[in-house]
Ligand binder design. Structure first.
Ligand code: APR
Ligand code: PHB
Length: 392
């Protein structure tokens, strides 16, 4: 078995693990990233694509913002459609801020390149990752690659391995409290070779269910339809998808959704999930390993980045002063933002999706949409959460 040492052993090369590794590098702290998928898989995996202004600023400060600034689409608002009419939420006017539409896999490509260019170590295609001695000062990560066993001895471990990773389940039962809510719907997402039909994102409430118009580039549209979480994608031939999108997204007269070849299709369930605390001994959980938000507010990546920003700062403080105060506060500091973002994502989800059930709730939902699109106070609340609450 080969043995190595690093200051921070990072499990997972998603946005959390890669941003953490690069931030640590910029602060002179050594890390090693282990990823069980291939580099190509990580770089091509289609996920969400909305970056809060604070995420964009951080990526630029870290030196990984060049392509993002060239190719990212800066949006100063979104549209909310209901009862067949569109209403714009003007972020610039309401908050002075904007968001940037840039696919998560593009962020991943930029981060991997930056890590490798600066001598960073990312080991892809690893198997059988396990974490040990978490409540000692020398936690260990074991893994195998191409049939050979390896061990890394660390000062700290960062569990950045997403919702289905190994880090969170390695914490002894009873040390964590889980808060969870499942939603009775999922999203059918497609990527289509079609020019976006509007410059901005459209969130549509419709009697047949929620629909979302987003994009990846001037030539590629990203679209979603509310469906059952158990829905089989085989029940959705392309024709049915376009028909349903045309119906649910129908808006002002003259507006029509551009169609094109469907390049990718998939269904995801929706849940809200948080574990507390986001730490056990010398292992810290960050991003989807610690919490999941439903995608309606486009917050998953942004929240992952916010966590590791706190973690990198706390680790820097530890290595500079020898004091663990900030590390001890890591979980509480992150959870404050996590819960505010959970609240927003739950609220957007509840306001926009069709729920079977009480006609009272349907009327209340329409009243909420009416209020949010006509009251400056209500639309400002949506806008300040959507562009991203300040980092503090
Ligand atoms: N060993 C090593 N790597 C693992 C393991 C494991 N046992 N299990 C999972 N991984 C890897 C996954 O392959 C993935 O690349 O950990 C990475 C976790 O990345 P993400 O799932 O992207 O999670 P995170 O970095 O927290 O980013 C959150 O990504 O999941 C989306 O929508 C979510 O936008 C949000 C963001
Ligand atoms: C996306 O472009 O994939 C996207 C946009 C907004 C969301 C979710 C996903 O709320």
């Amino acid at each position: 078995m080969s043995k190595t040492r690093t200051q921070v052993g990072i499990v997972g090369a998603g946005p959390a693990g890669l941003v953490l590794s690069h931030l640590l590098h910029l602060q002179g702290i050594d890390s090693l990233v282990l990823e069980n998928r291939s580099r190509q898989y990580c770089e091509e995996r289609i996920r969400a694509g909305v970056l809060e202004w604070g995420t964009v600023e951080l990526l630029i400060q870290m030196g990984v913002g060049d392509r993002l600034q060239r190719e990212g689409l800066v949006h100063h608002g979104i549209e909310i459609r209901f009862a067949g009419r569109g209403h714009r939420i003007d972020f610039k006017d309401l908050t002075g801020r904007a968001i940037t539409v840039y696919g998560q896999h593009e962020v991943i490509k930029d981060l991997i390149r930056a890590r490798l260019d600066s001598g960073g170590q990312i080991v892809f295609d690893v198997d059988q990752v396990s974490v040990h001695d978490l409540d000692t000062v020398a936690p260990r990560i074991c893994y195998s690659k191409e049939g050979k066993s390896h061990e890394i001895v660390c000062d700290f471990i960062a569990g950045c391995d997403g919702f289905h990773g190994v880090c969170r389940p390695s914490i002894p039962p009873g040390a964590l409290t889980v808060y969870e809510r499942n939603y009775p719907f999922g999203w059918l997402g497609i990527l289509a070779e079609a020019a976006p039909s509007s410059e901005e994102l459209i969130y549509a409430h419709h009697d047949r269910g929620f629909a979302l118009h987003s994009m990846r580039s001037p030539l590629i549209t990203r679209l979603y339809l509310q469906c059952s979480p158990e829905e089989d994608v085989a029940n959705w031939p392309d024709e049915r998808i376009w028909k349903e999108l045309q119906t649910r997204l129908a808006g002002d007269p003259g507006w029509r959704l551009n169609e094109g070849q469907i390049l990718q299709k998939g269904i995801t369930g929706m849940r809200s999930f948080v574990v507390e605390p986001m730490q056990f001994g010398r292992m810290f959980l960050a991003g989807d390993a610690a919490h999941i938000v439903p995608p309606t507010g486009a917050k998953g990546l942004n929240l992952a980045v916010a966590d590791v920003r706190v973690l990198a700062h706390s680790l820097k403080d530890f290595y500079t002063t020898g004091r663990a105060d900030l590390l001890d506060q890591y979980s509480a500091t992150c959870l404050r933002r996590v819960w505010r973002v959970q609240r927003f994502s739950w609220w957007m989800t509840s306001m926009l999706h069709r729920h079977e059930g009480n006609p009272f709730d349907e009327r209340r939902q329409l009243a909420e949409l009416d209020y949010v699109t006509t009251s400056r106070a209500a639309s400002q609340s949506l806008a300040e959460n959507y562009v991203g609450l300040p980092m503090d």
